[in-house]
Design a protein around this ligand. Sequence first.
Ligand SMILES: NC(=O)c1ccc[n+]([C@@H]2O[C@H](COP(=O)([O-])OP(=O)(O)OC[C@H]3O[C@@H](n4cnc5c(N)ncnc54)[C@H](O)[C@@H]3O)[C@@H](O)[C@H]2O)c1
Ligand SMILES: O=P(O)(O)OC[C@@H](O)[C@@H](O)[C@H](O)[C@H](O)CO
Length: 396
Amino acid sequence: MTGEAQDRQKTAVHFGAGNIGRGFVGLILHGAGYRLVFADVAAPLIDGLNATPEYTVHEVGEGGRDHVVDGYEAVNSATDEAGLIARIAAADVVTTAVGPNILKFVAPAIARGLAARPADGGRVAVMACENAINATDILEREVRAAAAGEGLDDAAVDARAVFANTAVDRIVPAQEPGGLDVRVEPYFEWAIERGPFGEAVPEIPGVTWVDSLGPYIERKLFTVNTGHAAAAYFGRAAGRERIAEAVADPEVQARVEGVLAETKALLVAKYGFAPHEQQAYIEKILARFANAELPDTVERVGRAPLRKLSRHERFIGPAAELAERGLPTDALLAAVGAALRFDAPGDDEAARLQELLASGEPDAGLVTEITGLAPDHPLHGALVGVVAGVRAARLS
Ligand SMILES: NC(=O)c1ccc[n+]([C@@H]2O[C@H](COP(=O)([O-])OP(=O)(O)OC[C@H]3O[C@@H](n4cnc5c(N)ncnc54)[C@H](O)[C@@H]3O)[C@@H](O)[C@H]2O)c1
Ligand SMILES: O=P(O)(O)OC[C@@H](O)[C@@H](O)[C@H](O)[C@H](O)CO
């Protein structure tokens, strides 16, 4: 390696300069010495980042500190594809935090960036940082399909990229419009699977490298996100606006605890987590939800209810497995009922959900359409009862 190459600053292209992008993934990569390139389709955000030399991540709550992020640039991925491809071609890391359903839209630019990369230029680490099980696998499939269209077969992709699944955990609420600073909770965890990197694991202080991500991501999704969504939906039903207010309501708190007791039973049975350790994890998470300095809302946390009610997500995923094992699901079913009632201005999925409930589609068909569960699944009948109850309440 030449001295010039040794001195070259590593670069990271991060898709999605939103809450988690600026407040977590970008912050960690900046702290690891990467020069950041934010890619986003929101023109005001990109212009703001390019016009401002630094922004501050404010950790709020006990032990919180401020961190300055600087030395970045921002690319509008909707209008400057050539600039984006050139940066991906030279990047050491590509990350995303755009939402699981958006991964298919960012994959073509990543594929073109790989095609523009020399075969002997080293492998770029591609990691999706989304709330979904194995989100990088979803992205990888899309990138490989798009790469084939660019003349890159699987071996050519393997020579240029390494794909690793991750689990990201930090609560980052919606921010004041127009600003770049981000308020976040002090806690974070970024777990990345080590295996795909072989001997060449990137140096990213703060990351937890794990041999098997499955237990981490399921424990995170089925505890943090199941509990969070339950707090949002039960909280909304109780007239609360903020998550901290929702969990300060003893009835909401008890319902959330009931939900987490059920997912705990699954996680203990499936992965062998020690019950007292899982309980400690739950207590820590409930304390995080109660952080009154975090302006997090039930609308943000409840957003996109159809995604949250889908087959492998935070409610149906654990409830289906519990039902298959003959274990209780009553609290999760109650949370599904609250989720079905969720509506919020500007949330397309909430509007579509309410349309579906108002439609003439039979309850059983609607359960399958929303949750992906076949009629012969052991949870299906109970969900039909939940949908029927929600529909009856809409008419009364
Ligand atoms: N906020 C949190 O607490 C948190 C924590 C862990 C994980 N996550 C996950 O991180 C992801 C992002 O969440 P967020 O809260 O940061 O959302 P966000 O809405 O704040 O940010 C998403 C960003 O993606 C951008 N975007 C949309 N389409 C794009 C495209 N085609 N190309 C490039 N950029 C695009 C949007 O303009 C926006 O700036 C989600 O998967 C979420 O589940 C969020
Ligand atoms: O981002 P979503 O819509 O999948 O879920 C909403 C919140 O539960 C989520 O963003 C949490 O704040 C986050 O996952 C904490 O790590």
